[in-house]
Ligand binder design. Structure first.
Ligand code: ZN
Length: 85
């Protein structure tokens, strides 16, 4: 049952290209992030739940959970057993 969630993400500033490693909270979405280099305020792009989904190298833990549950559903589709007679 234990999933390994990545809680760090490299967030890239769309303004200056500066990248910083940030720790993502697993129980909250970050909707506002200030670039440490140029102080540009980043907000999520439409359709993204947080700035890490928009600008980070790793989607936020919430999205990771959603994606992994989807892939499990796909992978779990039962296949017919081998051709044993
Ligand atoms: Zn910046």
């Amino acid at each position: 049952m234990t999933k390994t969630l990545k809680t760090t993400s490299v967030i890239n500033c769309p303004g200056c290209g500066y990248s910083a490693v940030e720790t993502m909270p697993v129980d909250a979405c970050i909707n506002l992030y200030e670039c440490k280099n140029c102080q540009k305020l980043m907000t999520p792009e439409s359709g993204d739940c947080c700035v890490f989904c928009s600008y980070g190298s790793t989607p936020c833990p919430t999205s990771q959970l959603e994606q992994s549950s989807y892939s499990i559903v796909y992978e779990y589709s039962p296949k017919p057993a081998a051709n044993q007679v």
